[in-house]
Design a protein around this ligand. Structure first.
Ligand code: IDP
Length: 150
């Protein structure tokens, strides 16, 4: 019996996930979504988009001025990406756990970044995915990538 247990839908948590252009280009979107679903989180929204400069400036506002900011924005503009809203209790921390730590060289095996990403010797770490880091970030980021609602 593979049916998931009924979820308590009161205040179910949502997180914004991006499959970054490296993941999309490498054909890893299905793998990422499959790990999200296998973990038991539900896809609430899904979209393939080319990020606008305004979206990236808003999404990465906290990193403006850092040495990797310009390369990060350039990388995130280098091709289509996949934006998704996932939901399930604990999914913000849960997704960041299955994503692995930021630096793909040391991200744990078994995680998305640990299994699928590596150091390419570039200024910016190309690490396949983004996941919101708090409920406040999730609400802010969902509004950036799904401005018309879910
Ligand atoms: P996170 O994606 O693991 O939450 P953040 O600190 O929010 O990490 O950084 C956003 C993105 O910027 C990272 O995913 C990575 O692509 C890139 N990045 C962060 N720190 C560095 C760094 O020190 N060097 C190069 N790229 C970085």
């Amino acid at each position: 019996n593979t049916a998931a247990p009924a979820q308590n839908d009161d205040q179910v948590e949502r997180s914004l996930v991006l499959v970054k252009p490296d993941g999309y280009r490498r054909g890893l979107t299905g793998e990422v979504l499959s790990r999200i679903e296998a973990k038991g989180y539900r896809l609430a929204a899904l979209s393939v988009v080319e990020a606008t400069p305004e979206q990236l400036a808003a999404h990465y506002a906290e990193h403006e001025g850092k040495p990797f900011y310009e390369p990060l924005v350039e990388f995130m503009s280098s091709g289509p990406l996949v934006a998704a809203v996932i939901e399930g209790h604990g999914c913000i921390t849960g997704f960041r756990t299955i994503a692995g730590t930021t630096d793909p060289t040391t991200a744990a095996p078994g995680s998305i970044r640990g299994d699928l990403a590596r150091d390419w010797g570039l200024t910016v770490q190309q690490n396949i995915v983004h996941g919101s880091d708090s409920p406040e970030s999730a609400a802010r980021e969902i509004a950036i990538w799904f401005p018309n609602g879910l």
